[in-house]
Design a binder for this molecule. Structure first.
Ligand code: URA
Length: 304
């Protein structure tokens, strides 16, 4: 089967000829190895890869998936972290769903995506959808809102990821699947009654503090007026939220020809402040919102 046929059939395509020549491919950061483990037997039924920042959140999501999809584990067994031995990421498989943590920022997400895409290839997974379920700072929208990313942009409003490969700049367009985003927005609008769901541009920055125009980092060489003017300006250009992974997520999924979407909950409205000081219990409930929307979507896709 040639590569083109492969991707048109819905299988995850691997655009690296070297991998095919390797007898074993050690997916170091998720602690799996092709040629040693039967990855096809373990993972070929995966249809949804859901990722989020922290191991704890993704463990909770795994339990939530198990409950909602009514997946029975063999008596006496429990969900286990497949990647525990790597001490980097946490990963769970629950029927057709993988729940995996990606850490903070583009480098961490990018490493994980390389290995997850290779895993999907080795396992011969077909018709897979990737979802990033995250948190973000909202701009001009209430805290606790859901945002489906329409377009991911960098801190200079550019909609591509620029990499340095062999010392040269390489631009990868950060394009997300429009139909998938529209489907998620529809589910949000009709079924997420506890909050509003917005569609908008997501600014992906390389830093939480100065990168997002905060006044409360260790350094700040601009004024409150500068910050507010910047946030208002980008808001007027359609930016609804800021986080630190969507640009790479969009660019890598697009490059791999995998349908992906970014669903984030806003932890604050950045036009009103910088510190995240909402009580823990409220924050916990907010952080479940992208997961709830994802489950509704997965159940719809599985005709449940
Ligand atoms: N994540 C971010 O990157 N920024 C925020 O303001 C909140 C969460």
């Amino acid at each position: 089967m040639d590569e083109k046929e492969h991707s048109e059939d819905g299988y995850v395509l691997l655009q690296n000829p070297h991998i095919r020549e390797m007898e074993q491919d050690f997916l170091y950061h998720i602690s799996l190895c092709s040629g040693v483990q039967n990855l096809e037997e373990m993972f070929s039924d995966v249809k949804f890869v859901c990722m989020g920042g922290t191991p704890r959140r993704m463990e909770k999501f795994a339990h939530y998936v198990q409950q909602e999809l009514d997946i029975k584990l063999p008596t006496g067994s429990a969900l286990c972290d497949i990647s525990a031995r790597s001490y980097r990421y946490s990963m769970y498989k629950i029927g057709p769903v993988i729940s995996v943590s990606h850490g903070m920022g583009i480098p961490s997400l990018s490493i994980l995506l390389h290995e997850i895409i290779k895993l999907m290839y080795h396992a011969r997974c077909k018709d897979v959808t990737f979802l990033r379920l995250g948190t973000c700072g909202g701009i001009g929208i209430p805290a606790g809102s859901l945002v489906i990313t329409e377009e991911a942009i960098d801190g200079r409003m550019r909609n591509y990821l620029e990499l340095e490969i062999l010392g040269k700049p390489v631009k990868r367009p950060a394009i997300l699947d429009k139909d998938l985003a529209a489907e998620l927005k529809m589910i949000g609008d009709s079924e997420m009654t506890e909050c509003q769901t917005f569609f908008g541009k997501t600014m992906c920055t390389n830093d939480f503090y100065e990168g997002q125009g905060r006044l409360d980092g260790a350094f700040c060489d601009y004024t409150m007026t500068d910050k507010v003017a910047f946030l208002k300006e980008i808001h007027s250009q359609g930016v609804t939220n800021m986080e630190m992974e969507s640009l790479a997520f969009a660019a890598i999924c697009h490059h791999a020809r995998i349908k992906g979407a970014v669903i984030c909950v806003t932890l604050l409205n950045r036009l009103l402040g910088d510190q995240i000081s909402t009580p823990k219990e409220i924050m916990e409930e907010w952080q479940e919102r992208p997961q709830k929307l994802a489950i509704k979507f997965i159940k719809k896709r599985l005709n449940m």
